[in-house]
Structure formats: C-alpha cells, structure tokens
Design a protein around this ligand. Structure first.
Ligand code: 1HE
Length: 258
C-alpha cells in the first residue's frame, strides 16, 4: 500500500471512550491535509455512544505540527483556504459537545500545540516540549493559536514565545496553563483514561453545556455572557439529570444519570 493511503489516524473505542491516535510516527505525526481531514470527519460526527475522546500520538511524539513538506509550494490563496480549514476542524474538536483529552509527549510543536489547545483536558508527560517555531521557519501560526493560545498564555507571553522560539517543558506548561496535568513517563494515557472515566460520569447535558458555552461566553460582552449563562443554567437545572443529581446528593448516594 502506498504510504499516503495508510490511515493517518487510528481509532479505538472502549467503554464509551474513543481514543484517536495520530498515526504518522515516522513523520513525528506532522499534520498533513489527510490527517486534518480525518480529524474533521471524526469530530463532525462522533459515534452516538461515545461520551469522551482521547487524542494521542503514536510513537513518542504528540505532533510536530504542520506538515512542512506539503506547505512549501502553496499560493497565498491556497494558504488562506488551508488555514481556514484548520480553523474549521479545530472548532469541530473544541465544540464537538464531548470532552476531548490530549495526551502530550515529545513534540507539541506549532500546529501540534494548536491542536492540543483545541482539546479540553491536556495531560503532559515529562518528554513533552511545547514550542511555536513558526518565526524560525519564516511562517506564521494558522491553526487558531492567536485565539486559543493567546487566551491561555495572554498575548504578551505568546508574542515572546513566538519571537524567541523558546521551548517550555511539561512542568512549565502546567504552570502556564498549556497543560492541566503532568504525569510520570508512560503514565499519560492511564491518567487520560482515569479522567475520561470520571468526566463521563457527569450528566451528559452538563458536560455539553460546559464545552459549548464556557468558551463562547468568554467571547461575548459581559451582559450577553450573563444572559447566555442563565439560559444554559435554565436548561441544565430543569433536566431530568438535574433532578436525579440533586436527589442523589440529598439521599447521600451516587447519581444515576441517563
Ligand atoms: C516532518 C515534520 C514536519 C518532522 N513536517 N515532516 N513544525 C516544526 O517546525 C517542527 C519540525 N520538526 C522537528 O523539529 C523535529 O522533527 C522534532 C523535534 C519534532 C523531532 O526530531 P527527531 O530528531 O526525533 O526527528 P527528525 O529526524 O527531525 O524527523 C523525522 C522525520 O519526520 C523526518 O522525515 P524523514 O523522511 O527525513 O525521515 C522529518 O522531515 C519529518 N518531520 N517534523 C514534515 N513538521 C496551521 S499553521 C501551523 C504552523 C506550524 O505548525 S509550524 C511548526 C512546524
């Protein structure tokens, strides 16, 4: 089989958790058009019974970012379309309505960091290196970094990170919010599975609203944000799961959600 034809992601579903492996370890999981398309196809329509998704990289790297070999010969127009396609797919991941956890090892570089930033829970192993080397390659971010990483880091720190091309390790990444958890070597996937199992015990609608509403409300004006928060609260608080969750608390037992 031609290497181009091999699937760029591998999907394994178990106990309502889908694990997606970026599957180009020879290329350090560099994100070519095929990989972005495969991610888009999955997140546009996740299987009905899946309640959480774990994203990881095969080999010892999460992702070395944009596939630079494909990028060399694009026109300005093609670049614009390409970047907008990344934006669409990263939004599909962030707003797929399901919690998405990322296991970060080795390279979390450029577009790899943009992909990680579209995930909701980020777990870093000691080997993880976080970097935005676009300046050193003569290019610019195009997968949503200015919006997502700009918010996580603040524009000031992201500017410095891009100008100097500095690398942050896992401990620094946790301190800065690039990752939420740091684990021992080889423990990232186990931690992701443990957290996924915990998160899917929440009411489905609560998880959905956290994922769909919180980041959007951040982008709204204060009054609009507060209004939408009330709408989301009204939806959640009047659900059958809310009745069950509150009753279970009062009866001192674990809730049984849908
Ligand atoms: C690649 C890529 C890639 C590796 N595109 N082919 N990203 C970067 O600037 C990161 C570039 N990569 C690296 O700095 C290093 O490869 C790593 C630190 C990630 C790993 O180093 P190492 O020594 O383990 O591997 P290697 O020997 O450098 O690479 C192994 C192979 O992967 C080699 O191919 P081969 O055919 O010679 O075996 C590399 O060419 C290939 N490879 N990274 C294509 N990125 C939406 S805009 C986003 C903008 C960006 O993402 S810019 C950042 C791009």
């Amino acid at each position: 089989m031609n290497k181009q034809d091999a699937s760029p992601i591998r999907i394994h579903i178990e106990d309502a958790v889908a694990t997606l492996w970026l599957s180009r370890p020879d290329k350090r999981n560099a994100l070519n058009d095929q990989t972005i398309a495969a991610l888009g196809a999955f997140f546009a329509n996740p299987p009905e019974h899946v309640r959480a998704v774990i994203l990881a990289g095969e080999g010892n790297h999460f992702s070395a970012g944009l596939d630079l070999s494909e990028h060399v010969s694009r026109s300005a127009e093609h670049n614009m379309v390409h970047s907008r396609n990344w934006h669409r797919v990263m939004d599909q991941i962030q707003f797929c309505g399901l919690p998405v956890l990322a296991v970060l090892e080795g390279a979390v570089i450029g577009g790899g960091l943009e992909l990680a930033a579209a995930c909701h829970i980020r777990i870093a192993e000691p080997s993880a290196i976080f970097q935005l080397p676009e300046g050193q390659r003569g290019i610019f971010v195009g997968g949503g970094a200015t919006v997502r990483l700009g918010r996580i880091l603040g524009a000031d720190r992201m500017t410095e990170m891009m100008l100097t091309g500095r690398k942050y390790d896992a401990a620094e990444a946790v301190r800065l919010g690039l990752a939420h958890y740091a684990t021992d070597a080889g423990q990232g996937m186990a931690k992701a599975r443990e957290l996924a199992a915990q998160v899917i015990r929440n009411a489905k609608l609560s998880n959905y609203l956290v994922i769909e509403a919180v980041a959007r409300i951040q982008d709204m004006g204060r009054d609009d944000g507060l209004f939408v928060e009330s709408l989301a609260a009204a939806m959640a608080q009047t659900s059958a799961d809310a009745q069950e969750g509150l009753r279970a608390f009062l009866e001192k037992r674990p809730p049984k959600f849908r």
